[in-house]
Design a protein around this ligand. Structure first.
Ligand code: SF4
Length: 461
């Protein structure tokens, strides 16, 4: 059977889809891309914004149009948070929530077997979360205590908290393979922070991690496929060790020993979880690259406090300064900082936005900004906060940050001109041109040479 798989969202989702694909291939089936006609379709969804959910629905409909008889299997964060809604879409045969990730492959294989005996089926894998007002919960509570009626939002949040505990019992190990120069390795899942705007903890559960010994085995398996770079990924990667008692630095040191892997990147890490000890170790000459992706979200301490972030701008700037002081030497390439920023958080006035803008332009001066207009998520505290910002204003502020982003990218390239670096060439031939990324994440190109793909090469920027 041919199974078409596609992924929306984060690197974690890509690692999980790739793991499902390996499971299907190991069972003797073929996997293909989403826009091909297939016997079944699997989509790994994202729920980080309203747009992500809409894209998930569109992809489901596209698959059903392409092959009306083929079942669509849906998993991922949107599947966890809005199961009933997804089951209402034509063509959907299975919805796997977060605690059923270990069942995606075996149950889809069973579905394929049944298809071979031509018995169509639609099954909901676990009790759907209540989508509407409080009436669902009241039913079960009214017999005993009859507390004051909860708001729709409170009962949704209570139901999400209950589910949060359930889904934390499952941790699917995952890593990506398949023709890519680098591989995403899932080291951690879930989060305990509950930042006011974020649904991720509800979709992925408590912070937990895969044991180091297992991750080392997976890194060795990745090395055996010829891939030379691994990106460590998780929801709150720096929170690694919650369930095994191991430390994030232990993990880095163990992976650094794996033969065949030349480079590591940390996909994203909370500023308050970057320790000086880890930076000192990374700076001491390891395979970990001068590339840090750090969520800031806002450069205003007022807003950081309001949404429950666990640092202020002084701590954030202090971490950046420390990394630069330890890792940037004269004549050596600069550290690449990619910074997440949310525009239009509830209560963001023009003055508070200006604080963010100035903090980035004058104090941090990162290499790249990942800019996200705030998207209210049901069940989160921020969704019901006063002083919601109009979409028109969010768009205008995002555009101003985008302009700054271009300036910062150009300044970073300029600052690295003439400095030595190493590039890992990718395998793709685009009209006779091949590309690769340096350790400090600068993209470089050259005429295509198949002998260089997957190879590391010293260059001068
Ligand atoms: S740290 Fe905050 S923003 Fe990040 S996943 Fe956890 S709750 Fe969401």
């Amino acid at each position: 059977m041919r199974i078409a798989c596609t992924t929306l969202g984060c690197k974690l989702n890509y690692a999980e889809t790739s793991t499902y694909e390996r499971g299907f291939r190991e069972a003797g089936h073929e996997t293909c891309s989403w826009d091909e006609t297939a016997d079944a379709y699997l989509i790994n969804t994202c729920a980080v914004t309203v747009t992500a959910e809409k894209k998930s629905r569109n992809l489901i409909r596209k698959a059903h149009k392409l092959a009306p008889a083929a079942p669509v299997v849906v998993t991922g964060c949107y599947a966890e948070l809005k199961r009933t809604e997804i089951l209402g879409i034509e063509g959907v045969a299975r919805v796997f929530g977060a605690k059923e990730k270990g069942l995606v492959v075996p149950e889809t294989l069973k579905l394929l077997e049944r298809m071979e005996t031509a018995v169509p089926e639609r099954v909901l894998f676990s009790r759907p979360l209540p989508q509407a007002g409080p009436s669902h919960l009241h039913g079960c509570m009214s017999s005993k205590t009859a507390p004051a009626p909860a708001t729709a939002d409170e009962s949704l949040r209570r139901a999400m908290a209950e589910e949060y505990r359930e889904i934390s019992k499952e941790t699917l190990p995952a890593y990506s393979t398949g023709g890519r120069t680098r591989s995403f390795l899932k080291v951690q899942d879930g989060c305990n922070n509950f930042c006011a705007y974020c649904t991720v903890p509800y979709a992925r559960g408590e912070s937990r991690n895969i044991p180091i010994c297992e991750l080392v085995k997976q890194a060795e398996a990745i090395a055996a496929t010829g891939v030379r770079e691994i990106v460590l990924t998780g929801v709150n990667t720096g929170d690694f060790g919650r369930t095994t008692g191991e430390s994030f630095l232990d993990l880095l040191k163990a992976l650094n020993q794996v033969e065949g892997i030349e480079r590591y990147r940390i996909s994203s890490i909370e500023p308050n979880l970057i320790t000086e000890e880890a930076v000192d170790w990374i700076a001491s000459g390891t395979k970990f690259q001068p590339h840090f992706h750090i969520p800031l979200q806002s450069g205003s301490d007022t807003l950081l406090k309001r949404v429950g972030r666990r640092y202020d701008t002084a701590l954030f700037a202090g971490r950046i300064d420390y990394i630069r002081a330890r890792m940037e030497q004269p004549g050596r390439a600069k550290v690449f900082f990619g910074i997440d920023v949310i525009v239009g958080l509830p209560g963001e006035t023009e003055a508070l936005f200006q604080e963010t803008y100035t903090f980035l332009r004058d104090r941090i001066r990162p290499a790249y900004l990942h800019i996200f207009p705030y998207s209210p998520r049901p069940g989160t505290r921020a969704a019901t906060m006063p002083d919601q910002v109009q979409d028109r204003i969010k768009t205008e502020r995002a555009a101003r940050l985008e302009e700054l982003n271009e300036e910062l990218q150009a300044a970073f390239r300029e600052a690295n001109k003439g400095l030595p670096e190493r590039v890992l060439w990718e395998s793709t031939d685009r009209d006779g041109i091949m590309a690769g990324y340096t350790g400090n994440y600068i993209r470089v190109e050259r005429p295509y040479d198949p002998g260089r793909s997957g190879q590391l090469e010293d260059i001068v920027l």
